[in-house]
Design a protein around this ligand. Sequence first.
Ligand code: PMP
Length: 438
Amino acid sequence: MSSLPTEQSEALYQRAKRVIPGGVSSPVRAFRAVGGTPRFIRSARGAYVTDVDGNEYVDLVGSWGPMLLGHAHPEVLDAVARAAQHGTSFGAPTEAEIDLAEMIIDRTPVEQVRLVNSGTEATMSALRLARGYTGRDKVIKFEGCYHGHVDSLLVAAGSGAATMGHPSSPGVTQATTADTIVCTYNDRESVRQAFRGHGNNIACIIAEAAAGNMGVVPPAEEDGENFTAFLSRIAHEHGALLITDEVMTGFRVSRSGQWGLDGQHGDLMTFGKVMGGGFPAAAFGGRSEIMQQLSPVGPVYQAGTLSGNPVATAAGSTTLRLATEEVYAQIDRSSELLRAEIGKALDAFQVPHVIQHTGNLFSGFFTPEGTTEVPDWKAAATQREDVFAAFFHGLLANGVYLGPSCYEAWFLSAAHDDAALDRIFDALPKAAAAARLA
Ligand code: PMP
């Protein structure tokens, strides 16, 4: 499929598969949906990643979101080295945690945050807090939304779960999922029905602030009200909370995430990816009155050996400090140019598609002819996965590394300059031609 050498990646893949299930530490990396040899990465700098065979690619994965400034940004590396020299973990409070917490609070409507290690931990903890605060059990989530691999949220999930073809997982007990109600994203009636059925036992709704794990599906407007605003309203009418998951959109689609674009936010919010600057750091936050229910002040328990890790917080706060309005304006511009070029290339080869975005975060859907909009998972799942696979390999063979699944967002960075974009623009017609033949 690819004319680039892959012997070293292939050898490592075979070696990895003996000791790591599927050879990978996270499923989508295995190229299952697109076929071929997953590339083992040796190094990355700016907008580029280099694999162990020496192939260099323009990177559109960006570690699945964190690398807003590009790879190995010198100031982030300096901050990491400086922090590490003072010790890498103490299990005691540090000033660096306060700095990062203050930066998050400065950019979002939350009043307090707790730092954790991954987006999964953030949503799991926010969910527990919402249940503890309301004294209720049930949670509403949306088909195709992904909130990490939390048991009770691994129902009709997007991202890797969708790619692997089992959006719900064995090992998650029926008792756990009995309290999870699955609704349709952007479908208000499905949410009204859930409240009619379970009314006052619903603790919270959790929704991606804009869905990014079934491809990019922004909250739709209806009668002048945005879908997330509707969720907030209906939750509050029933004494429930709304959690907006900004793990992917936070500090990426604008300085203040999706909230910065549409002004909508949950009672609790979850963050990750960009705020860790490429290290394991994430957070959840909200109104003080709710956050004060957390241990040690309140009864809802939550903890972590490495939470607020000094190296991770140094990378995160340096990344946020460098992520100025100019950085976002530049990435927005690159995203707009790239979306236009993708559309042109696919149109030229008559490959049916839809491109959707929220701010600079976007994805292409290889939906059937005549589809003009993808509002939910059912529409996203009509995609021709074989067409995507051909497009993906067309890009890869021409030096562009895209996420190996049609349900993932495309991630740009401030390091994607004209030279990097031109490389993508050159590869696009070749990839579109390959997609045409699928
Ligand atoms: N929520 C959202 C919206 C995400 O996109 C992700 C990861 N893609 C998560 C939660 C889980 O984060 P992590 O992989 O860091 O556990």
